[in-house]
Ligand binder design. Structure first.
Ligand code: ATP
Ligand code: MG
Length: 373
């Protein structure tokens, strides 16, 4: 059997350079490598609704934004299937059956869900009539790792290229696959996570220095930001708060400018934009020693990001003028995804023996038993 990819993003905002570093760049490379039998890229609107139930318009509007970002980054709809999660009803049915294979306490231990519950201001002790700002945890949000297992297994994905925050989800999926196969017989494919090889890309911090660049935190450099916006965002970026004078020694660990340079810069960039240094290591060395100001490092970062973002921005402009065509791509992708998921669902129903009408032997046996009586 060939290798299959499933990956995706929540349509809660435009995509940012954290998505690019953590997952998108890899997807385009894998797509162009020709090593995969199928590539499914999902716009996870149903998942986005689990914590945006009161804001369906936000999700609805951002589907096209995410699709435009995909196409601008080089996802080729002739090779990869781009689809919308909610248009594949089979995924809900799979998730419903998988729920029987996972305990509440197992879900409560999921570290990513725990962090996200805090980030979104959810609390599990909101009493009826509570007038504080606290919101209870929606059941759908709490169980989204199970729904993600349905997404991955529906397409028999072998490979899931994602950022580090997704590790607990893939682990949960593997557990469900094991459990399902041991209870009902070998049916589902066990996926492997594919993490970025560059450690700065595992979880790119926000421009505010917070642990993760995230649409929900408003600390992002978007792939569609104008050159002017990128410049402004980089210039006001978090660096080393103790590096006050240029002559002071500076810290590069936890310094967001250097983390971004780790993620995006190459030796060629230094030759082109900052020939005073042979490479990033030489620049870091000078910064640590003292005598190198933040502005010089930030200017280099702006040039590096511009080189990455300029062609993406150009391609986006083209697709923005062809919105109907983009929706056609999504419609065709969703139809194709639905066919693939239906095949897996059929296998799952057979394995679980809930295929009553197709089971001629069951009907004949029960009929014979009753006739005997
Ligand atoms: P939200 O705040 O709505 O959860 P998000 O910015 O976290 O949005 P997702 O759609 O949840 O984005 O994530 C999509 C993919 O991008 C996942 O594979 C995730 O691992 C990766 N990703 C998201 N943010 C980062 C980041 N800062 N660094 C590396 N990878 C990231
Ligand atoms: Mg997220």
């Amino acid at each position: 059997m060939g290798k299959i990819i499933l990956t995706g993003d929540r349509p809660t905002g435009r995509l940012h350079v954290g998505h690019y570093a953590g997952s998108l760049k890899r997807r385009v490379e894998l797509q162009n490598s020709g090593q995969f039998e199928k590539i499914f890229i999902m716009i996870a609107d149903a998942q986005a609704l689990t914590d945006n139930a009161d804001n369906p318009d936000k999700v609805r509007q951002n589907i096209i934004e995410v699709a435009l970002d995909y196409l601008s980054c080089g996802i080729d709809p002739k090779v990869s299937t781009i689809f919308i999660q909610s248009q594949v009803a089979e995924l809900c049915e799979l998730a419903f059956y998988y729920m029987n294979l996972v305990t509440v306490s197992r879900l409560q231990r999921n570290p990513t869900v725990k962090t996200e519950i805090k980030m979104r201001g959810f609390s599990d002790d909101v009493a009826e009539g509570d007038t504080t700002q606290k919101k209870g945890i929606p059941v759908g949000f709490f169980t989204y790792p199970i729904s993600q297992a349905a997404d991955i297994t529906a397409f028999r994905a072998t490979t899931v290229p994602v950022g580090e925050d997704q590790e607990p989800m893939i682990e949960q999926t593997r557990e469900i696959v094991h459990k399902f196969n041991s209870v009902y017989g070998e049916t589902l494919v066990e996926p492997q996570i594919m993490l970025p090889t560059n450690s700065a890309c595992l979880r790119l911090p926000g421009t505010d220095g917070k642990a993760k660049m995230s649409k929900s935190l408003g600390n992002c450099i978007y792939l569609s930001d104008s050159a002017e916006d990128v410049k402004k965002k980089v210039m006001s970026m978090y660096t080393d708060p103790d590096h006050l004078k240029v002559s002071d020694p500076g810290k590069v660990e936890g310094n967001t400018v250097f983390t971004y340079l780790d993620a995006f810069s190459t030796d060629e960039h230094f030759a082109k934009y900052c020939p005073d240094y042979e490479n990033l290591e030489a620049m870091k060395e000078h910064y640590r020693r003292g005598g190198l100001g933040d502005v010089k490092c930030k200017k280099l970062l702006i040039a590096v990001l511009e080189e990455l973002l300029q062609p993406i921005r150009e391609r986006r402009k083209h697709y923005e003028q062809h919105i109907e065509e983009v929706y056609d791509i999504l419609r065709r992708g969703s139809d194709e995804a639905r066919k693939a998921a239906a095949e897996t669902l059929n296998d799952v129903r057979n394995a679980m023996r809930i295929n009553y009408f197709e089971d001629k032997e069951l009907i004949a046996r029960q009929a014979a038993e009753y006739r005997k009586e």
